[in-house]
Design a protein. Structure first.
Length: 86
């Protein structure tokens, strides 16, 4: 259950869906013993929430080990408001 912002350094509590961004992260299925096959039925999904302030600059994804992490988005992936460009 989501209770606070996924950014470990942020203490904002989750209260409403109207602010911030919710991420659904699918963890990779565990490896079968002595096999290279993945067990598709044991995939785990989990929700993470970033508050409005953190979601402007951060995202939630999986690291190499399949653990969820928050990371700063690169400047290339930031949303740019072009409505004022003429």
């Amino acid at each position: 259950m989501v209770t606070k912002c996924a950014n470990p350094s942020c203490m904002n509590l989750f209260r409403y869906l109207r602010g911030g961004k919710v991420f659904l992260i699918d963890s990779p299925p565990p490896m079968l013993e002595n096999s290279k096959n993945f067990r598709e039925t044991s995939r785990r999904s989990e929700f993470f929430w970033l508050c409005e302030r953190c979601s402007r600059h951060m995202s939630v994804s999986l690291d190499r080990n399949g653990n969820p992490v928050t990371a700063w988005r690169s400047t290339a992936s930031r949303v740019v408001d072009t409505s004022s460009w003429t």
